[in-house]
Every structure is written in structure tokens, then in C-alpha cells.
Design a protein around this ligand. Structure first.
Ligand SMILES: *[C@@H]1O[C@H](CO)[C@@H](O)[C@H](O)[C@H]1NC(C)=O
Ligand SMILES: *[C@@H]1O[C@H](CO)[C@@H](O)[C@H](O)[C@H]1NC(C)=O
Ligand SMILES: *[C@@H]1O[C@H](CO)[C@@H](O)[C@H](O)[C@H]1NC(C)=O
Ligand SMILES: *[C@@H]1O[C@H](CO)[C@@H](O)[C@H](O)[C@H]1NC(C)=O
Length: 238
């Protein structure tokens, strides 16, 4: 039995995955990336087992997540840029969302705040979750070509979410990606009410598992070429 640490610290027992999986996200990250961005880069280990490419060590992240403001408020959009700075390393994919400042990436209470505008080779991701739909709470690429920077526009929520921070996953290649890339903390300005703690919800491990399994089921549609390409690459989980 292969075990990979992931999904909020639960051991992922790969033998539980009994269908064929492998996919390249040519047109953006799947919606449940909202929950656990480290769990979605999978490959077919053999006929019965699926593996997960784990994210790269955070210390070696070459990408920077910048905002054009330090605060936000109703009707005050924030431009958010990913760029590779001096390292000059291109990236192919990304996923960004606004979350509670400093919340742990694996905290199951993590929810997206606000919405993203379309444009610049990106599309909002609906962040569908069991029992609730949060439209456009994340944003992802529409094409997996090499790029050096991308700017997206975040539209703050109407209710005060408290301090927020942008959280990104940036994909160099399908097998090489970084999660937990963070912007500065932005503070709310111009809201009449206090931070709305009731916008958070608790996720049980069973709900998180359900979302992940739904993703894996969707991911069965990789072309034979995509599957071959993945099989040529390193097939051993790190
Ligand atoms: C797939 O790999 C796992 C782990 O090595 C092993 O337990 C399982 O029997 C393999 N399945 C097949 C069909 O080879
Ligand atoms: C998860 O985040 C919520 C909301 O900020 C917080 O109340 C809770 O203590 C966090 N849980 C853990 C395990 O850090
Ligand atoms: C963004 O990347 C393009 C090339 O894709 C480059 O021409 C441009 O100068 C870059 N802009 C910034 C602000 O880095
Ligand atoms: C697209 O990027 C440019 C800067 O490169 C930025 O000014 C513009 O606001 C961006 N558009 C959206 C919809 O975020």
C-alpha cells in the first residue's frame, strides 16, 4: 500500500483509487482546487493505483504574488499579479483565490472571498463545493502556454470578510508546481459592518474526500497522448 501525506494530513491511501487517472490541465485547474491545490496533480501509477505529484518545497518557489493595493473595500477592485521576478522562470498554469489572512492552506475552514473578473487568459473558477456554490471565487489559466506574468482583477465581497490574503498555486510543468504562494495581507476599508465570521463553514474530512473523489472521476478524460506523456515522466511520488 502506497501512502502519501496530503489532504490536510490524512494519509492518502492510493489503493482506494480504483479507476484510471491522468490528466493535464490544458484549460485550467479543476474547480475543487479551491479545497486542496496539492492533491490534483495525479498520475496513473498502474492499473489500479493513482499517484500524486507533490508540490515543490516552498523555500525554492521562484514566483511572486503582488497586489496593487494594501487595502480593499466594496467597489474597489484589486489587481493581483503573478510574476517570476529575477528568476525569469516561465509558468504554464496558476490558480489564485482570496482567503482569510494567514489561514493555513490545509485548514478545512478556508473559503474563498470575493470574485474574479475574466480576462488576460484567465477564467474564474466556480469553486463548487458540496451543498453550496460559490461562484467565481477562484481564477485559473485558460491556456497552458509558457508565460512570465499575469494580472487578474479581484472584486471584493459586499460584506466585510476581515483581513484577506491572496493564495496561489503556480505550475511550471504538470509535475513541477508550487502551492501556498502568498501575497501581503490586505485590510478592509469602507465597510460598514464587522468581519462576517458566519461566511466560514467547517468541512468534515468526509466532505473533503467527496470533493476530491469527484475531481478524480472528472479527470478520467485525458487523451492517450497526455497519458503517455505522463507515463514517460517520473512516476514515483516524492
Ligand atoms: C499497483 O501498485 C501497487 C503498489 O505497488 C500494488 O500494490 C498493486 O498490486 C499494483 N497493481 C497492479 C495491477 O499491478
Ligand atoms: C482554521 O481556521 C479557523 C478560522 O480562522 C480557525 O478558527 C481555526 O482555529 C483554524 N483551525 C486550525 C486547525 O488551525
Ligand atoms: C510580462 O511578460 C511579457 C512576456 O510574456 C513581457 O514582455 C513583459 O515585459 C512582462 N511584464 C512585466 C511587468 O514583467
Ligand atoms: C490585464 O493585465 C493588465 C496589465 O498587464 C491590467 O492592467 C488589466 O487590468 C488586466 N485585466 C484584468 C481583467 O485583470
Amino acid at each position: 500500500m502506497i501512502r502519501v501525506k496530503g489532504l490536510g494530513g490524512w494519509p492518502v491511501i492510493l489503493g482506494f483509487i480504483l479507476f484510471e487517472i491522468s490528466v493535464a490541465f490544458e484549460t485550467g485547474a479543476p474547480d475543487n482546487t479551491c479545497r486542496d491545490p496539492s492533491s490534483v496533480h495525479t498520475f496513473q501509477f498502474n492499473a489500479t493505483h493513482t499517484g500524486i505529484y507533490m508540490p515543490q518545497p516552498e523555500g525554492r518557489n521562484p514566483y511572486i504574488l503582488q497586489t496593487d493595493r494594501q487595502s480593499f473595500g466594496p467597489g474597489q477592485p484589486v489587481k493581483v499579479t503573478i510574476h517570476s521576478g529575477n528568476t525569469g522562470q516561465p509558468f504554464r498554469g496558476f490558480f489564485i483565490q482570496a482567503v482569510e489572512a494567514n489561514i493555513n492552506i490545509r485548514n478545512l475552514s478556508r473559503v474563498p472571498f470575493g470574485t474574479f473578473a475574466s480576462g488576460n487568459g484567465s477564467r474564474p473558477s466556480s469553486c463548487d463545493m458540496p451543498g453550496e456554490v460559490v461562484h467565481r471565487g477562484g481564477i485559473t489559466h485558460v491556456q497552458n502556454d509558457d508565460k512570465y506574468n499575469i494580472t487578474v482583477t479581484w472584486i471584493p465581497p459586499e460584506d466585510n470578510p476581515g483581513n484577506v490574503q491572496f493564495l496561489a498555486t503556480v505550475v511550471r510543468r504538470y509535475t513541477t508546481y508550487w502551492t501556498n504562494i502568498r501575497s501581503i495581507v490586505l485590510y478592509p476599508e469602507g465597510y460598514s459592518g464587522q468581519a462576517a465570521a458566519q461566511t466560514r463553514r467547517e468541512w468534515t474530512p468526509a466532505m473533503a474526500w467527496y470533493a476530491w473523489m469527484m475531481y478524480l472521476l472528472q479527470a478520467q478524460h485525458a487523451t492517450p497522448q497526455q497519458q503517455q506523456q505522463l507515463q514517460r515522466e517520473n512516476l514515483v511520488p516524492q
